[in-house]
Design a protein. Structure first.
Length: 252
């Protein structure tokens, strides 16, 4: 397969393979800028994780160059750990503030992350789902993928019909995410996450997967067997998905 080309893949998903992770992020960034330019009041679904860092760097650079404004857009993040305040460096809220929200013109009252400190996390999840609906639904959902095929915090075994809810993290995910926490500090056991149904309701989905560690998850996501064993495989049921991979995640 030639690098940088677009491949029609199983069912309706399309894969764009780039030589490097940097180029994968640049491709995602260009796509997002294009969509926000075409629809300035775009409702964005946002993701965290290392795979997204260069996407945000690119978006911030494009904003600084005057190529894109988020002033009329709004955003909903996929997930947040239960028990972590936005001031905790490993919280997804802190990640978003540091890498995106504080650096662009997206209004703070229109950039939402689930509240990890809500008194009633189940109620917070219900309200979050309702806010997405009230905003008119997500136009463009950015996604990463976990080493076990999770999307958001929808771990293996998650139902395709689940909405935003409280989810228990798998041992594999907690161990993969330990790197974001201080030595000896436990990764929270639960999170509030958009459900698979919430994600599939987005009008367009862009997944960025880079690095060798994601190769198996990507292969299973594209497998003919759609199964909750690999929650990302449910994306095959969506009509408009672009999977952007580097050569390590999607080999020849
Ligand atoms: C976390 C997030 C996911 C993200 C995944 C992969 O578990 N909940 O939304 O896709 O990490 O992150 P990374 O890109 O750091 O590998």
């Amino acid at each position: 397969m030639a690098p940088g080309m677009t491949y029609p893949i199983l069912r309706r998903a399309k894969v764009v393979r780039t030589p490097t992770a940097r180029e994968a992020a640049e491709t995602a960034c260009r796509l997002i800028v294009e969509r926000v330019t075409a629809k300035p009041d775009l409702v964005l679904g946002l993701a965290t994780g290392r795979s997204q860092l260069d996407v945000y760097r690119g978006l911030v650079a494009a904003h600084r160059a005057g190529d894109v404004s988020f002033a009329r857009a709004c955003s909903f993040n996929l997930d947040e750990y239960i028990g972590l305040p936005p001031s905790h460096p490993a919280s997804f809220h802190a990640y978003m503030n540091k890498n995106f929200f504080d650096l662009v013109d997206l209004p703070s009252d229109r950039s939402r992350v689930p509240d990890g400190l809500a008194n009633d996390p189940n109620e917070e999840a219900r309200c979050y789902e309702m806010s997405i609906t009230e905003a008119g639904g997500i136009d463009l959902q950015l996604l990463g993928i976990g080493v076990n095929g999770h999307i958001g915090f929808n771990e293996p075994g998650s139902s395709e019909t689940a909405g935003t809810r409280v989810a228990t993290l798998s041992a594999a995910t907690r161990s993969a995410n330990q790197r974001d926490f201080a030595d000896g500090e436990a990764v929270p056991e639960q999170a509030i996450t958009m459900g698979i149904a919430t994600i599939l309701a987005a009008r367009e989905i862009v997944m960025v997967a880079t690095g060798l560690a994601k190769r198996d998850a990507v292969r299973r996501a594209l497998d003919r067997k759609v199964s909750s064993d690999c929650p990302a495989s449910f994306l095959q049921h969506h009509p408009f998905v672009t999977l952007i991979c580097d050569a390590e995640a999607f080999p020849d």
